[in-house]
Design a protein around this ligand. Structure first.
Ligand SMILES: [Zn+2]
Length: 238
């Protein structure tokens, strides 16, 4: 708790410094480029862009809409509709990794009030296969986890979950094929890292069928994790 408090104090100091910088170098909306004014700087999106994001009202995505037994809940910032589709697409494929920061901030704002995740031990992200990550230059889920870790003070242990083989692109497959495609494609490493009894927030950018997150959660539960909550920027589940 002491570490979390000191981390928050550090964030406050940075915020003050950021306010000072904003006068000299005005910060712009991460999406449309409009200059931001006090109060909006922290979120990094302007009012107009924020109003076009369809935020998820409930804390958790309804359980009956999810058929994935290994995780204990899905928390989504917004629906995968409207502006966020373009935001994610642009950030994912236009080689602008720094733009994952506002998505991590929105995720933090969503999660900090949810008591079920208050006792979380650490965060992790869905790993990308090494050759694919090398080609893109970054793993978008990993960057969101890094940003979320920075906002929340929770350790980011993404490096302890690895992708063991290349898989086909999930978006071209049916739900059954997706589950089969990612089966046995993740592992905890090193195997002796202590997951026993831990509560983990597992981060990805988009939730569709949940096959990938479910397979990651299966591996983490097998390693001894007590609870695995998935946190995503957007979900296609209505
Ligand atoms: Zn904007």
């Amino acid at each position: 708790m002491e570490n979390r408090n000191s981390h928050n104090k550090r964030i406050n100091r940075v915020s003050f410094f950021e306010k000072f910088l904003q006068i000299i170098f005005p910060q712009k909306c991460a999406f449309c480029g409009e200059i931001l004014f006090a109060g909006k700087v922290e979120i990094e999106f302007c009012d107009s862009c924020l109003s076009k994001i369809e935020f998820f009202e409930k804390d958790f995505v309804d359980a009956q809409e999810i058929d994935s037994p290994f995780f204990d809940g899905v928390i989504s910032v917004c629906h995968y509709r409207g502006l966020i589709v373009e935001v994610i697409h642009r950030f994912k494929f236009n080689a602008k990794p720094v733009h994952y920061r506002p998505l991590a901030k929105l995720m933090h704002l969503k999660l900090e009030g949810i008591c079920k995740v208050a006792e979380t031990d650490f965060v992790m992200s869905v790993p990308m296969y090494s050759s694919k990550q090398k080609k893109r230059g970054y793993n978008q889920a990993g960057l969101i986890a890094k940003g979320f870790s920075s906002c929340s003070g929770l350790p980011d242990y993404s490096r302890f979950l690895i992708r063991t083989r290349q898989t086909k692109k999930q978006s071209t497959l049916s739900k059954t094929e997706r589950a089969e495609n990612v089966k046995n494609s993740f592992a905890v490493w090193p195997p002796h890292f202590d997951f026993v009894g831990k509560t983990i927030i597992l981060i990805d950018d988009i939730f569709t069928t949940g096959s990938t997150l479910n397979e990651c959660a299966r591996v983490l539960k097998e390693a001894g994790a007590k609870l695995v909550f998935c946190a995503v920027v957007a979900t296609g589940v209505n």
